[in-house]
Ligand binder design. Structure first.
Ligand SMILES: *Cc1c(COP(=O)(O)O)cnc(C)c1O
Length: 382
């Protein structure tokens, strides 16, 4: 198991120390002349004479570049991390290893659409029954009879939250596993395993890589048996990351904390300024003191993230805002260095036509705010 263990047995480490440990965790075993950065190992084969016992034998089973990224992610999660080539591949690994015919799974109706889509298209035919519930209603939902509770908080794109520690307790009473998709918050924004989740999944395509140039995902758990099942799934299903992408994401991860600080601080400032400057424009950000998500978010999040939602009166005004804002890339996804935005209704999310998800990036705040303010004023003047 990689990383120092926290959670149930030990005190969770302070998150700043986790970052320092993550950056230096491979420093202990160095020999003179060793690489200080992970090797990119584009290998399908490894020297495997006689009875196979070497750490690496075949490229679908393991890879030294994956190891480096798994150890770094494991140090942040304080858990065993298993890498996948995308967030969806990580999510699929959890579904396919943990659900059996006859099981019921509770999924957020306002969560990432492909997670629901995968269950509907490929698990339902095997007798697994999905039940949907809005994230803000998880706190009232009865978990009896479920095998798995899937939580995504804050939800993407609505930014509603549920109380994770309370959900874990009720899930465990019901005999269900609680899995948290922690993509929007990252392990530095929300310690879902410390809050008791059995499994954390993440799309590392977002803030963890942060540079919009690679897809990746991981599953993290402090349960060794679960981790082994997930690893075995990867070996058998062949859902494996490329070594180069693993190296890219390792490099991205090393600056996650710096980038996250910038984008969370900017998002907090921009959300507050939008509310002050355009009082009639609906704005959601869990860090805003009067946001409906704030009471729970402030209890369980360390950082409120870089996502803001803004609902323009019409799709036309939203499009006008997006196309006229100098420092917004019109793109899906979030958590990158560059700020971006899009109208989510175009993907079929259950949101108003003028609903824009803003992903705040690492640009300095004042020019970014200036661009957002001008584009908002111009769009609203239409
Ligand atoms: C993007 C995303 C995913 C899927 O990740 P990919 O890397 O695109 O496969 C899953 N969950 C959430 C919350 C996401 O935002």
């Amino acid at each position: 198991m990689s990383g120092r263990q926290g959670g149930q047995d030990g005190e969770p480490l302070d998150p700043d120390r986790l970052v320092a440990e993550m950056l230096h965790q491979s420093s202990e075993d160095l020999q003179p002349g060793d690489l200080l950065t992970p090797p990119i190992a584009p290998a399908s084969l490894f020297h495997t004479p006689g009875e196979p016992s070497a750490a690496h034998q075949y490229g679908r089973w393991s890879n030294p570049t994956w190891d480096a990224l798994e150890q770094a992610l494991g140090a942040l999660e304080q858990a065993e991390a298993v890498l996948f080539p995308s967030g969806m591949a990580a999510i699929a690994a959890v579904f396919f290893t943990q659900l059996r015919p006859g099981d019921r799974i509770l999924l957020p109706s306002d969560g990432y659409g492909a997670s629901r889509g995968l269950v509907d298209a490929h698990l339902k035919p095997y007798g697994i029954e999905p039940v949907l519930c809005a994230t803000k209603d998880y706190d009232q939902q009865d978990f009896t009879g479920f095998a798995m509770i899937w939580a995504e908080t804050p939800s993407n794109p609505g930014l509603d939250v549920c109380d994770l520690a309370a959900a874990v307790e009720r899930a465990h009473t019901a005999g269900a596993l609680l899995v948290a998709d922690n993509t929007t918050a990252t392990p530095l924004g929300q310690r879902v395993l410390d809050l008791g989740a059995d499994i954390a999944v993440s799309s590392d395509t977002k803030a963890i890589n942060g540079h919009s140039d690679a897809l990746m995902g991981h599953v993290a758990t402090r349960d060794g048996d679960l981790a082994q099942q997930i690893r075995d799934w990867r070996k058998l299903s062949g859902a494996i990351p490329g070594p180069f992408e693993a190296w890219q994401v390792h490099r991205g991860l090393e600056t996650l904390e710096l980038r996250l600080d910038r984008l969370c601080q900017s998002a907090g400032a921009i959300a507050a300024r939008l509310v002050a400057r355009f009082p009639d424009l609906p704005v959601r950000y869990p860090g805003l003191a009067d946001d409906p998500s704030h009471p729970i978010a402030s209890k369980q999040m360390l950082r409120y993230g870089g996502l803001i939602s803004v609902t323009f009166p019409s799709a036309g005004q939203a499009e006008r805002f997006l196309s006229s804002c100098r420092y917004l890339r019109q793109s899906t996804s979030f958590g990158g260095v560059h700020s971006g935005g899009e109208r989510r209704q175009r993907w079929g999310d259950d949101v108003p036509d003028g609903f824009v998800r803003l992903s705040i990036g690492c640009e300095p705040l004042e020019p970014l705010w200036d661009a957002i303010e001008k584009a908002t004023a111009a769009a609203l003047a239409e």
